[in-house]
Write a new protein. Structure first.
Length: 230
């Protein structure tokens, strides 16, 4: 059973003109699984490692612009978005329910690049109703913190569940980075709380934080504090 389906089109990797288009997709957002949001985030999470540093920076900017409903200049991640699909290769990514009742990803591999698959997912989120877009993009941002693993582990991570807790050193390393702390050496609870309060304040849109991104940022800060104080 297909729970969600993302259809995108992309140029072949060997051609000099890099293009991407979004097709007619099925992206329901019904709780509790919110299959459309989980699928888009899953596509992004699975292909993040294929992006270089410049593309990752541009991706963060692009997601913020989509969240704010801004006009999107082209190209992005060195690819141009277009409506015309002639001459492009079609890819289908799906979230399905298996015969045992469990959901699973079915990722397409039609020769597209990581940037093309990621852009297809992010531009598909842009097509969603504004009232749902922030929730979906928050799930997409969650994919940026995925420590890696199998497709099944990625699915459980995005749905808010892990098969097993990540190793403590990985959690602590991530938490230190989120709270902009160098190490645990000499660190006490008061230090963590002080840094947490300062970063939460700067994350809020009223104090200069990026509008539309504050929720995801504050959520990360809360989780990082929990890890370091547990």
């Amino acid at each position: 059973m297909i729970l969600a389906e993302l259809v995108t089109f992309h140029s072949r990797a060997v051609v000099p003109t890099r293009r991407v288009a979004v097709g007619d997709s099925k992206l329901p957002l019904d709780p509790p699984l919110r299959p459309g949001a989980v699928l888009l985030a899953g596509v992004v999470g699975r292909h993040l490692e294929g992006l270089d540093e410049d593309s990752l920076d541009d991706l963060h900017l692009l997601i913020g612009q989509i969240a704010r409903g801004e006009r999107i200049r082209q190209p992005r991640l060195r690819h141009r978005l277009q409506e015309d699909r002639i001459g492009l290769t079609r890819s289908r990514h799906r979230l399905v329910r298996l015969s045992n009742g469990r959901p699973a990803f079915e990722f397409s591999d039609r020769g597209g690049s990581a940037a093309q698959y990621v852009l297809g997912a992010v531009y598909a989120a842009r097509r969603l109703p504004e009232s749902k877009r922030h929730e979906v993009l928050a799930t997409v941002r969650r994919a940026f913190t995925w420590p890696g693993g199998s497709d099944g582990e990625l699915l459980r991570f995005l749905d808010g569940h892990r098969a097993a807790p990540a190793p403590v050193p990985e959690n602590e390393t991530w938490a230190l980075g989120i709270l902009e702390l160098e190490s645990l050496d000499g660190l006490v609870a008061a230090d963590v709380q002080k840094r947490f309060r300062r970063l939460v304040a700067t994350a809020h849109p009223d104090t200069g934080g990026a509008d539309g991104e504050a929720g995801a940022r504050i959520s990360d800060l809360v989780e990082a504090r929990r890890i370091l104080l547990s």
